[in-house]
Design a protein around this ligand. Structure first.
Ligand code: PRP
Length: 207
């Protein structure tokens, strides 16, 4: 049996659609469904919170997981990325007020608001810039708007949230998309089953 950790919601249904197209299992989850474990044939699915998917895979509770690259970087678990699924594309960026230009580069102690404290710290450490990281849980763009932070580190997809709040991208830190990840031991012990899944996903990603 192969076990998957999936992010609850749209992403889970997208993956189940792909598995259906590969004739591997036939499950749909509707909005009223509250099941957290779903079994079908040789497959078992855990519906987890996105940020917990790498944990389930690292601890070997799930052989495979599907999760955004942002979560993989932030959680920094000992797991293997086996495939870029090519959807959910967006960018992790340093953003700030349009009128501030690049002045943040000169700050001695840069105040950074973010939902991704590890990604933000790793980036600014890598360029030797001192920071105070302010962890927020959402509406991160408020940081510079209300004067709580100099910049933010956040996901930019369409760019609308930035534009409508007088902010802009200053630097792109990472290109992001949904990834198939695997438990390191499962990659050895279930090599054939996992290879079949990777091959099937690769075909669909190409389309
Ligand atoms: C995400 C992200 C940005 C926004 C970017 O927030 O944190 O705020 O989407 O998308 P855009 O470039 O298309 O405008 P989310 O919608 O997850 O809500 P949150 O602010 O509550 O985290």
């Amino acid at each position: 049996m192969l076990t998957f950790a999936l992010s609850k919601g749209r992403l889970a249904n997208k993956i189940l659609d792909m598995l259906r197209k590969m004739n591997l299992c036939d499950i749909t989850i509707d909005d009223d469904d509250r099941r957290l474990v779903i079994e079908a044939g040789d497959y078992r699915f855990f519906l987890a919170k996105p940020s917990d998917v790498p944990t389930f895979v690292d601890l070997g509770v799930a052989d495979l997981g599907v999760v955004g690259k942002d979560t993989i970087l932030e959680e920094n678990r000992d797991i293997t990325q086996v495939l870029d699924l090519g959807f959910g594309k967006c960018r992790m960026c340093v953003c700030g007020k349009v009128e501030d230009g690049m002045s943040y580069k000169l700050k001695n102690n840069l105040r950074v608001a973010t939902k991704y404290p590890h990604i933000a710290k790793a980036y600014f450490d890598s360029i030797n810039q001192n920071t105070t990281i302010i962890k927020l849980n959402g509406s991160v763009e408020l940081g510079p708007v209300v004067g709580m932070s100099d910049v933010i580190v956040d996901i930019v997809e369409s760019g609308r949230t930035l534009k409508e709040n007088g902010l802009e991208v200053k630097e792109v830190i990472h290109e992001l998309s949904a990834r198939l990840v695997a438990n390191n031991a499962s990659l050895k012990t279930k090599y054939d089953e996992i290879s079949e899944i990777i091959k099937g996903f690769k075909e669909l990603v190409k389309e």
